[in-house]
Design a protein around this ligand. Sequence first.
Ligand SMILES: Nc1ncnc2c1ncn2[C@@H]1O[C@H](COP(=O)(O)OP(=O)(O)OP(=O)(O)O)[C@@H](O)[C@H]1O
Length: 546
Amino acid sequence: MTGDDVDGTGPTQATPAEGDAPTDLASGITRRADAPDSLLGGVLAGRYRIERRLGSGGMGAVYAGTHLMLDRPIAVKVIKPRFGDDPGIAQRFIQEARAASVIAHAHVVEITDFGETDGGTAFFVMERLEGEDLAATVTREGPLVWQRVVHIGEQIARALAAAHKHGVVHRDIKPANCFRLTRDDDPDYIKVLDFGLAKVVGGASRGGDASLTQTGALLGTPGYIAPELYRGLAADHRVDIYALGALMHKLLTGELPPMRLGSDGPSELALSTVPPGLQAILRRALADDPAARYPTAQALAADLRHLASGTGVSLDPGSTPPGASGPILTVTRDARGISFTIGAPLLGALLLGLGLFAFFSLRAGSLPPAEPTGVPVEPAHAAADPGPPVVAAAPASSEPPPVPAAPTELPPAEPRSPTAPAELPPAEPRTAAATTEPPTGADAEPATAAAATSGPDEPASPAVSDLPKGSPAAIQKAIRRRCAGAFGYTVKLQWKADADGRLIPGSAKVLGPQNNDAESCALRQLVRSEFAWTPGETYTHAFKSG
Ligand SMILES: Nc1ncnc2c1ncn2[C@@H]1O[C@H](COP(=O)(O)OP(=O)(O)OP(=O)(O)O)[C@@H](O)[C@H]1O
């Protein structure tokens, strides 16, 4: 919930012409009535006055309004016009709103109404919250003290536990979808937003009448997506547990989890001020193998509660904190916190073709195959490839997961990334060294600053206009900042971008023998970066630092 406009159109604050009478949008069939900005000043469904726009995200815009009869503040999420061309999207939007509305939990935003205008614009009505989302909090305040993170994490875990009991998997847990408000003197009271809505967007992007049962896409926000989804394996509610682990990591360190929570990883340093009990919780939530993860959000909430109350963390017997099996993947994400989807067949072909998941395959040899448990999220490749998954699914956990009330499935999707425009040049390996565009990730700094740090050893720059957001120069800047003390010679890096312009996990490598701390540090910074590049590009970059 960043409020950023992912379409690049910018949040519009248009108001109706002066003197305009309120429009009853429930009876309005015209496109004008359904265009989001024309909602301002109107009355939706005969009872909700729409007053101002709070922000917009990937699938819709959110407006502040008032329930006219009850004189009560409300917020309305209205589907975006571009989804209006999909005949099924409004139906799915409402289905998800209906599913989310039954969760009824203190830490889940309350959905009080939903519907569709005659013009086909779907909407749902929520309680209006006063505060900000956690993305805004961490951007403004930086890393939070661990006690706050434990408190916040426990509330989200409880919300997830309630949702999972109803068969609802969130699929897009991230700071932007967790709203922070003050309640009963608690300034960190959390309400989770947008349950199940990632699924709706995924189904929409194929166009036509995609149904809830269609599969074939990987949904979520890079950095928060569980490894089993990347592998195209059967997945379940534990993808939410992984995402919550990533969210807590982000709140604690300001960064997404590294590729692995190895003993010498940068995250170890980042987490060094965190109590060992919390580190163990994070490793277990972020376990690469879902079976090593918390089996339920309830179990995660219980451990967070134990930690908060000083009674220690009660890890299940036999479930080793998965320090050696921490998250393998950290994937780039857009700095504006925008969700996107990756077409799984394409991703799979890339990964297989390039051999980038050799590491996964090696690890998978030690994993016994098993059926997924709990609320299923269908594998990303299911529609395109009905054969067995490349890597065995995780074994069932010792603790029974909640019984799903209504299994949810993953609909197909196309990338939502705004950073992969169609007009970008075709993919061809190249070397890049400078940019005039600002990087888009957490390490973002002004391009001029990045360019200023470009050393004499950098390869010749291509046409500046060719360079995408998140250039090698920006990477260099970020790496220098993080690893500067260890450098003193030339480091050569290579990495590849996927079809959405995101770094392909495992593609980043140091050219030549990687045998020292500086190279390791540079590599880690690269794979943890949140930049985006031209889709399909291979990049090589050499620079001197120190
Ligand atoms: N119930 C609510 N009460 C108050 N403000 C809200 C509520 N729901 C959302 N908002 C505000 O509306 C803004 C836009 O919400 P929206 O869900 O469209 O953003 P997003 O999470 O970035 O989008 P998406 O999840 O679709 O990618 C949020 O940043 C938040 O400030």
